[in-house]
Ligand binder design. Structure first.
Ligand SMILES: Cc1cc2nc3c(=O)[nH]c(=O)nc-3n(C[C@H](O)[C@H](O)[C@H](O)COP(=O)(O)OP(=O)(O)OC[C@H]3O[C@@H](n4cnc5c(N)ncnc54)[C@H](O)[C@@H]3O)c2cc1C
Length: 431
């Protein structure tokens, strides 16, 4: 059965496919595939734009390996099966009075897929989802099951939290959760010049700050989400949420994108129209409802993590480059921030980070845009999101990650025969 990712940028024909529903079945699948001489890849929800999960060997589909295994209300440690989606985790945590400290834009990913590629949200004092992982259980190449944490096999733990599926199949993930909290959301259009001038202030003064900039418009949509003060701002009525997020950001925006794809000469004015119709919203809601928005308009994406102090230079170059592209850009640029962390292959390893994500509507040319973007971010030591489109190879990535060699050492120790190899890992980690 053909496997394809969400964006349609990667597909594969796995030689065999497993749907484990127990820990034993998961370990047996790895053993059986090994005995048949097949390489092994775990499948998450297919939301990586890169062919990270693609395999012509054995694909282990984790959609039946889901749910909460244990939850400790005192330590707030919650252990889940690796195929559990973030949506399912949010729902389960809400019933326990708990929440994830920070999340990305969507909740369709599996927890293991999300951490394996370094999925992140925004917040200058917060890390990506993998920084909330307290322990992992992994099935190694020989089918053995090992646990790791900061105390137990610390090197494996530091490597496997953002492990690209290169070290084994993650079987369970223990998350360090926080008490459930509401966020007060403030979303408003603002002149891009003002956002850039106040970037440092906005990043420092808000729990979660990000902005979207339509490349041909003068306005950015600024999102500032903060732990709700007492009394919190009002909830957004369901009908308004539907209009704002489903109609404006999906149905109407999707219609603009389809028009632009059919008539590329209209893309620039449509882009300006989208920027001009941005509206102000202010409301409060449980944190996961604020973090996550529906994304039904399909796109392709590249995202680079750059040193935070380089952000303004990167955007200045991007602003200069976009009008010169042969093919116009339909989608906005998204800018987020994260705190430095200590996970070897985390894009925020060792440095306070700004993330710049560029997108293009599916079916429109993106190659030149993404190439230009990559050359701009390369000049400042940009590190690509492991799940988003890029062309960097192991040699270049080795220069960008100070502990790259340590990751390769752990890979050699845990998977000397490259049971978990695929062409993407060959590109980014080497043979
Ligand atoms: C609409 C959209 C919005 C997005 N928003 C964000 C965002 O806000 N922030 C962000 O950082 N990223 C974002 N992404 C990227 C996305 O979060 C990552 O690509 C993530 O890896 C997808 O998770 P998945 O479950 O689909 O994993 P997949 O794409 O299926 O797999 C990713 C990798 O993880 C490996 N893997 C999966 N499960 C396991 C396991 N159990 N053990 C070992 N390896 C495993 C796979 O083999 C593969 O290498 C977005 C993507 C889309 C399409």
């Amino acid at each position: 059965m053909t496997w394809q990712n969400w964006a349609g940028t990667a597909s594969a024909e796995p030689a065999s496919r497993y749907w484990p529903r127990t820990a034993e079945a998961l370990a047996d699948a790895v053993k059986e595939a090994g005995a048949a001489g097949l390489t092994v890849r775990a499948l998450g929800s297919g939301h990586s734009f890169t062919p990270a999960a693609a395999t012509s060997g054995a694909a282990i589909d984790l959609s039946g390996w889901t749910g909460v295994i244990s939850a400790d209300s005192e330590s707030r440690l919650v252990t889940v099966r690796s195929g559990t989606t973030i949506r399912e985790i949010n729902a389960a945590l809400a019933t326990l009075g708990l929440a994830m400290p920070n999340l990305g834009d969507i909740d369709a990913q599996t927890i293991s897929g999300a951490i394996s590629t370094g999925t992140h949200g925004t917040g200058a004092r917060l890390g990506g989802i993998a920084t909330a992982v307290a322990a992992l259980e992994l099935v190694l190449a020989d089918g053995s099951v090992v646990s790791c944490s900061a105390e137990q096999r610390p090197d494996l733990f530091t490597a496997a939290r953002v492990g690209l599926g290169a070290l084994g199949v993650v079987s369970t993930v223990t998350l360090r959760c926080v008490p459930a909290f509401d966020l007060a959301a403030d979303e408003r259009p603002m002149p891009l010049a003002e956002v850039l001038a106040r970037f440092g202030e906005f990043a420092a003064d808000n729990d979660h700050f990000e902005f979207y900039w339509f490349p041909y418009g003068k306005n950015a949509l600024v999102k500032r989400n903060n732990r709700a003060a007492e009394p919190p701002p009002p909830r957004m009525p369901g009908w308004r949420r539907f209009v704002e997020y489903e109609v404006m950001e999906n149905t109407a925006f999707g219609a603009l994108c389809r028009t632009g794809r059919a008539m590329p000469a209209l893309i620039k004015p449509l882009n300006r129209l989208a920027a001009a119709t941005l509206s102000k919203r202010s409301y409060s809601a449980p944190s996961h409802e604020v973090f996550v928005t529906p994304r039904r308009v399909r796109f392709v994406e590249s995202e680079y993590a750059v040193p935070r102090e380089s952000l303004l230079d990167v955007l200045a170059e991007l602003r200069a480059a976009v009008p010169r592209l042969a093919h116009p850009v339909m989608f906005p640029v998204e800018v987020r921030v994260a705190a430095a962390d200590d996970i070897w292959l985390s894009t925020a390893y060792g440095r306070d980070t700004a993330y710049v994500a560029i997108h293009q509507y599916v079916g429109l040319p993106y190659q030149e845009y993404f190439r230009v973007f990559e050359s701009i971010t390369s000049a400042v030591g940009g590190r690509p999101h492991w799940g988003k489109m890029h062309t960097l190879d192991a040699k270049r990535l080795g220069e960008l990650y100070p502990r790259f060699a340590d990751f390769l050492r752990v890979r050699d120790e845990t998977d000397p025969d490259r049971r978990f190899a695929n062409p993407y890992l060959e590109q980014v980690l080497g043979p």
